[in-house]
Ligand binder design. Structure first.
Ligand code: HEM
Length: 532
């Protein structure tokens, strides 16, 4: 038997308490706030504010009908007639019609209050409790609740104690700087290989085919797989066969994102019986769970064989394993990292390249910085170089402002509060819509709609004073995105590699964001990658 760290890790794994010892403090995500008694006492000022505020029922919004709630607004003629997947247009429509705050009653019984008042956003976050609740990926949570044989909890995407138990461990690992030392050269390697793949699949006229977004998914999947499972999946192999593991994972993850989105905007019949879409989703998830488990078992075996694993050489997976989560819980954390890290990063990079193509002078400024600080193609990107690239960082921040993948941040209130002059009870689902506030003149001045990376550079003449709550692309507080550093690293690296090799052009109709779960480009990414 091995001695040292690996044994400690394994011992912790074995002695992990039974899942039955953990209380499941909620039944549905929407119930989080309601189930906990209000533990907060209002201050005297808050009491006065509450007493002077208008009642909740007076918040403007479409009229709610029995059974249908405000779902009738999706019908043409009587309502706005837009489809649920046109979430962004619907938010724009409501903000214009109702002003700073409005409320809707969604099918399934949830009351959603949306705000475009950044003062409300600040309150929403500042008044969150110890276990902030967020409306969730209901279909994924249902899967985990249905598959009790595979899952001990609903994981980081869940709420209450389930969330905290997993988050607590994941953040100790993912947010610590050391985890990245090992990861940086590997991210660089994946990005270089992606550039090679582009050369391989690029048509003769240099313009990518309509399905180029799928290629970006391969890149983000390969990157997050490496981070979370400490191994290469092989998404860029030129001759991937249909029955290779990589191809099966690519197909299964695409199906998961597609079906999760579809279930989110459809009538919630799948909550009551197994629809074909739900069944396919479960099959794809079963496959991903099985594959992830195989890699985790491999990591445990390798830990058992090794004598001592010093901290700086431990992979993220090994680090998580050594902190006392069971194999099933580790798998849940790993799955959550992967779920959070594929579409989000791919779409942000797509938006950044689109904005750089549409703003060629900004692209040239960025290329100048890349070549000056990092050097020509094949020069490796180091941490030191990244610290000297304010324009690159400004480009990514500006992308997330102008075209955010997360169009709004959401919480379920755990205490009473006053927003935009209205009383908001406990258990209300709130959404602060950064798709509006992020490009408002109020927050970013006359050129709010334009792509100006310099506005993020300290001391630059174009620096814009920021309203900290107008744009929070990675959320805020205890539930803030766990993968921010990962996403930034990946996006910076791959963009540096691209600009070292190609001029990025786009010669078609404007691209906008369309949102189901997260936003995605509404047109094919027919980028032209022209050799420098
Ligand atoms: C540009 C890319 C990304 C964006 C814009 C983004 C954005 C977000 C946002 C807005 C949230 C909710 C935060 C809140 O409620 O306060 C979130 C949560 C989360 N993200 Fe990301 N994310 C990105 C990439 C990633 C990556 C690469 C990973 C994993 C490696 C990841 C893992 C997660 C996880 C696990 C959560 C749930 C955290 C919790 O509820 O405690 N994300 N992300």
């Amino acid at each position: 038997m091995a001695t040292g760290y690996s044994r400690i890790a394994v011992r912790k794994l074995v002695s992990n308490p039974s899942p039955l010892q953990f209380s499941h403090s909620y039944k549905t995500t929407a119930a989080v706030g309601v189930t906990s008694a209000q533990p907060f006492k209002k201050t005297a000022d808050e009491d006065i504010e509450w007493n002077n505020a208008k009642p909740f029922d007076e918040i403007p919004g479409p009229k709610a009908l029995p059974l249908l709630g405000t779902a009738w607004t999706y019908f043409p003629v009587v309502g706005h007639g837009m489809e649920p997947k046109q979430q962004i247009d619907i938010i724009r429509h409501h903000a214009k019609k109702y002003g700073k705050i409005w409320k809707e009653h969604l099918p399934g019984g949830m009351t959603l209050v949306s705000t475009v008042n950044t003062g409300d956003t600040e309150k929403m976050f500042r008044l969150e409790g110890k276990l902030p609740g967020r409306p969730g990926l209901d279909a994924m949570i249902k899967y985990r609740e249905d598959r009790k044989d595979l899952f001990e909890s609903t994981g980081i995407i869940g709420n209450g104690q389930d969330w905290w138990k997993n988050r607590k461990v994941a953040q100790q690992v993912v947010l610590k700087a050391k985890s990245f030392n090992k990861y940086i050269p590997l991210v660089d390697q994946v990005s270089s290989e992606f550039v090679e793949r582009i050369r391989l699949i690029r048509p003769e006229n240099n313009e990518m085919n309509d399905d180029f977004l799928q290629e970006l998914y391969r890149w983000s999947l390969e990157s997050v797989w490496l981070l979370a499972l400490d191994s290469r999946l092989g998404c860029f192999d030129a001759n991937l066969s249909e029955d290779s593991e990589a191809m099966k994972v690519i197909v299964a993850t695409a199906l998961v994102f597609n079906h999760l989105g579809e279930l989110t905007v459809s009538l919630p019949l799948w909550k009551y019986y197994e629809t074909p879409v739900l069944r396919q989703l479960h099959e794809a998830l079963d496959f991903l769970v099985g594959t992830t488990m195989k890699y985790i078992r491999g990591a445990v075996e390798s830990l058992e064989k090794r004598d001592e694993v010093p901290d700086e050489f431990m992979s993220i997976l090994e680090d998580i394993l050594s902190r006392g989560l069971s194999l099933k819980e580790t798998m849940t954390v790993i799955m959550d990292l992967m779920l959070g890290g594929i579409d989000t990063t791919a779409h942000s990079v797509a938006y950044m390249w689109y904005l750089l193509a549409r703003n060629p002078e900004q692209q040239e400024k960025l290329r100048e910085e890349v070549l000056r600080v990092v050097g020509p193609a094949n020069s490796p990107v180091t941490e030191k170089a990244l610290n000297r690239m304010p324009f690159l960082k400004g480009c990514f921040k500006e992308t997330l402002r102008v075209m955010p993948v997360s169009i709004s941040n959401a919480r379920i209130t755990e205490r009473e509060m006053v927003l935009s002059g209205y009383r908001i009870p406990i258990g209300t689902t709130l959404a602060s819509c950064q798709i509006i506030t992020g490009v408002s003149e109020e927050a970013y001045g006359k050129n709010a709609q334009e792509f100006v990376p310099e506005r993020w550079i300290k001391g630059h003449p174009l620096e814009t004073p920021k309203d900290a709550y107008a744009v929070l692309p990675f959320g805020f507080g205890k539930r803030m995105c766990l993968g921010r550093k990962v996403a930034e690293l990946e996006a910076w690296h791959v963009t540096i590699k691209m600009l070292q090799n190609f001029r990025i052009e786009y010669h078609h109709e404007d691209i906008d964001c369309v949102s189901v779960l997260i936003s995605k480009p509404n047109k094919p990414l027919r980028f032209k990658f022209v050799d420098l």
